[in-house]
Design a binder for this molecule. Structure first.
Ligand code: ZN
Length: 94
């Protein structure tokens, strides 16, 4: 269930980040943020990235140092309580 706090987070994310925010909210709402036992990942359009509050393995973050939408997705999913939990090790799936 999405409460009013979550709605506020979504509004805030969209206001601050436009397109990135919309992608983030979409991913968060569609089970694309997955918490494994060892890592949290975001399933992007072309690849899957390991994320946390302030880190992401994608090129945008690594090379441009900008906050990418994967991190936003993680934060949004956390606020919404939509992080999908998997009782598996992410590293095993490489
Ligand atoms: Zn990223």
């Amino acid at each position: 269930m999405v409460g009013s706090d979550a709605a506020e987070v979504i509004t805030e994310v969209c206001r601050l980040y436009d397109m990135k925010g919309e992608k983030a909210v979409f991913a968060a709402k569609n089970g694309r943020v997955i918490q494994y036992r060892d890592f949290c990942v975001v399933i992007g359009t072309t690849d899957t990235y390991v994320v946390d509050e302030e880190f992401c393995t994608c090129g945008d973050f690594t090379y441009r140092g900008s906050q990418c939408w994967h991190i936003l997705a993680y934060r949004t999913a956390k606020a919404l309580g939509t992080i999908v939990e998997r009782d598996e090790w992410y590293q095993d799936s490489f």
